[in-house]
Design a protein around this ligand. Structure first.
Ligand code: BGC
Length: 720
């Protein structure tokens, strides 16, 4: 590892040499601000942990402050008391915005667009750094295929290559090009390393047991992309890998992360995940948990007293180098952020808590428009000026549209759907729904009466923000019975119903799919959600987003992904009546809405599809070309997707995997040429010895607008 990056080498080396063992250990501890506030008075958990104020004066970082003035005051008081005056690092979960909230990451991933993610990350960094934050615990690069797990909302969805691209974009947006110079950039912490999304049965914090080949093929690519993009920190996950919780798992940290992925930055535990080695049953007590995590190579202990209370007894002449390496990584990060020159990182005493950012709300609205997915539309949308439209359902007037990771966002500053539609040229009749109420029989009766008199009824349903996110696993991912009933009853009275679904995860929407004439997946669309939805409903914005995660027909299909592996007894269209094949007796294998699906008000076709050649050597490339035509009268955008299948490989491979995509805009009745270039890298996969390489042979290509309907366009061959 480079000893000290950035300048100021001499000073830092001198500083490091002056540090006592306890001061070094302090740098490896992170606590919440309540340990430091109230004039240093010791409250709550500090007492439990028996920390004294001297120990606190050595702690290296803080997580979860809320305001610039708070950061300023804590830093000032800390520096006054600290012997070596090493500035504190302030970290926080800025996941999809700080106070101004962007759509949840799973929603933004629906844009399939790195530029969108980069813009959201850059603006979130700006707002977060205005509040004094230095590091964000984002992006979430977890690979997921189980919508029961509530944390799918903060991921980039089910495709490893798409997730890798979007993870990279988050990091470029947060970190910018020079953390020390650009005080509105944030250091990023990619999480959760590794395998967290594979929690068994979708239950958060549950056991994970994945094969190495699955880990290298699907779980690592987004982390690799983050590390290659220069991410400054990685966070360990709560779960086990090969039976050992990651925060005490030497093999996965030393071999996979440090050696294979070549990560040189700071490795931080997740919240108390070092202390949790005890309930995991791999450590007897705090001492043993600290010993395991330190030996495995976790640099910072987030929110436990394991390191603070025990590391001084664990460090000895033999492992001192290890401690020094960890401390150097933390000091390097502080230096990279320019904290030794300016511990307040641009905060000015007289203008704390006052800064605003031009264009921020506009950007959240535009990004929400790019994140909202039109799942179904039989022509009822867009709405027309002058129509008599009803708006009902628990989400009609709700401001609970920010999503679970918006702890600094304020619901009362969010634009509800009703508020968004209020400015449009329709005759809107809204049936108010007060928050936290259940749908009553009386409400349904009122809604039915309203529905009778109107041209169209919009029914806004879905989850509350805290029904997805951390600790929010579900066994039933359908709409609630009451919401279901509301939709059924209204559809009987008025055949023109549009359902808008707010959720942090794909829901199983089979029950309402027939009744609704149009379905819009709003996700949790953020502070400007209502305006964005109103624009989509009216056609002022043309939907173009695509699902980054399949919507199952039934929860019983989970976990699932479009990238189904080959099986010995595949289900094909022509073996409909066979029994002993890979299928369900009571449901189709396919999802209700596949990965990559999303409609537009425009209509696109792909014509004149060409392959530059059919055979390539390892040094060559093949170009796939096509004319993308917009055959409608409306300018619009779509995502063209290229999928591939390795027909014969050394291990089983997916029947389709996304390799390339392109977000394209085409004018009405116009067309444009698109091209994708396939190289050897696109044909490579993880072999059983865990190396990534391509085998000679045949590869089938599929091109289209979603993972299921993309059509076979020919085969290519790799030769030596
Ligand atoms: C979560 C992390 C988060 C951390 C700090 C944990 O409970 O798993 O994703 O960054 O808390 O708030």
């Amino acid at each position: 590892m480079e000893r000290f990056s950035n300048m100021k080498q001499v000073d830092l080396v001198a500083l490091f040499n002056e540090m006592t063992l306890d001061e070094k250990i302090g740098q490896l501890v992170q606590l919440t601000p309540d340990f430091f506030e109230q004039g240093g008075e010791i409250t709550g958990p500090v007492k439990e942990w028996e920390l004294d104020s001297e120990q606190l004066s050595r702690v290296g970082s803080i997580l979860g402050t809320q305001k610039a003035s708070q950061v300023y005051n804590i830093q000032k008081e800390y520096l006054e008391q600290s012997r070596l005056k090493i500035p504190l690092l302030f970290m926080a979960d800025i996941i999809h915005g700080y106070e101004t909230i962007f759509p949840i990451p799973l929603a933004m991933a629906s844009s399939f667009d790195e530029a969108i993610i980069k813009e959201a990350a850059r603006l979130s960094a700006h707002e977060g750094t205005n509040a004094g934050i230095h590091v964000t615990f984002s992006p979430n690069a977890d690979y997921v295929k189980d919508a029961r797990w509530g944390r799918v909302m903060e991921t980039n969805g089910e495709d490893p290559i798409l997730s890798a691209a979007l993870t990279r974009a988050f990091i470029e947006g947060y970190q910018g090009t020079d953390l020390a110079k650009d005080k509105n950039s944030l250091a990023a912490c990619v999480k959760h390393f590794i395998g967290y999304g594979a929690a068994q049965a979708g239950r958060d914090y549950n056991t994970v047991d994945i094969s190495d080949i699955e880990m290298y093929q699907n779980y690592l690519p987004a982390f690799k992309a983050a590390i290659d993009a220069g991410v400054k920190l990685v966070m360990t996950s709560f779960n086990t890998i090969q039976g050992i919780p990651v925060s005490g798992n030497k093999r996965v940290i030393q071999k996979t992360l440090r050696q294979d992925l070549n990560f040189e930055g700071v490795l931080i535990s997740d919240w108390a995940s070092i202390a949790e080695l005890v309930p995991h049953g791999v450590a007897k007590d705090g001492y043993e948990s600290a010993e395991l995590a330190f030996d495995a190579g976790v640099d910072i202990d987030m929110m436990s007293d394991s390191y603070l209370s025990h590391l001084n007894l664990i460090v000895n002449a033999e492992n001192l180098d290890k401690l020094n390496e960890s401390v150097l990584r933390v000091l390097n990060l502080k230096n990279a952020l320019g904290l030794f020159e300016d511990p307040y990182r641009g905060l000015e005493k007289d203008s704390l808590d006052k800064k605003t950012i031009d264009g921020l709300r506009d950007s959240t609205r535009k990004i929400a428009e790019r994140s909202i997915v039109l799942l179904k539309n039989d022509g009822i949308l867009p709405l027309k000026n002058g129509q008599n439209v009803g708006l009902i359902g628990p989400k009609a007037t709700s401001q609970d549209i920010l999503g679970a990771w918006s702890w600094m966002g304020q619901n009362d500053k969010a634009i509800s759907l009703a508020d968004g539609l209020a400015s449009k040229s329709i005759n809107l009749s809204t049936l108010d729904f007060s928050e936290n109420e259940n749908i009553t029989d009386e409400y349904i009766e009122k809604a039915k009466k309203l529905a009778k008199e109107l041209d169209i009824v919009i029914i806004a349903v879905g989850e509350k923000s805290d029904e997805s996110g951390e600790g929010s696993s579900l066994v039933n991912i359908e709409l609630s019975r009451k919401q279901d009933r509301l939709i059924q009853e209204i559809s009987k009275i008025n055949a023109k119903t549009i359902v808008i679904v707010f959720s942090g995860r794909p829901l199983a929407l089979s029950n309402i799919n027939e009744e609704a004439r149009a379905i819009i997946q709003a996700w949790f669309p953020g502070s400007e959600g209502g305006n964005a939805l109103a624009n989509i409903l009216m056609g002022d914005a043309n939907p173009q987003a695509k699902l980054p995660m399949s919507f199952p027909r039934s929860v019983g299909q989970l976990p699932n992904t479009y990238a189904q592996m080959s099986t010995g007894r595949p289900k094909k269209n022509d073996n409909k009546n066979e029994k002993y094949i890979s299928q369900y007796l009571d449901e189709l294998n396919t999802p209700l809405y596949p990965f990559g699906h999303g409609l537009s008000y425009s209509e696109f076709t792909l014509e004149h599809i060409t392959l530059s050649k059919e055979t390539m050597t390892r040094a060559e490339a093949i170009t796939v070309g096509a004319d993308l035509k917009n055959i409608s009268h409306i300018k619009g955008s779509t995502v063209v997707q290229l999928y591939l299948q390795d027909v014969v490989a050394q291990v089983t491979r997916p029947m389709r995997e996304l390799k390339k995509w392109s977000v394209e805009t085409v004018n009405a009745k116009d067309e444009k040429e698109i091209e994708f270039i396939i190289t050897e890298e696109d044909l490579a996969y993880v072999h059983s010895d865990l190396t990534q390489r391509a085998d000679v042979g045949e590869f089938k290509l599929y091109l289209g607008f979603d993972s299921q309907s993309a059509m076979y366009i020919g085969s290519i061959h790799l030769t030596d």
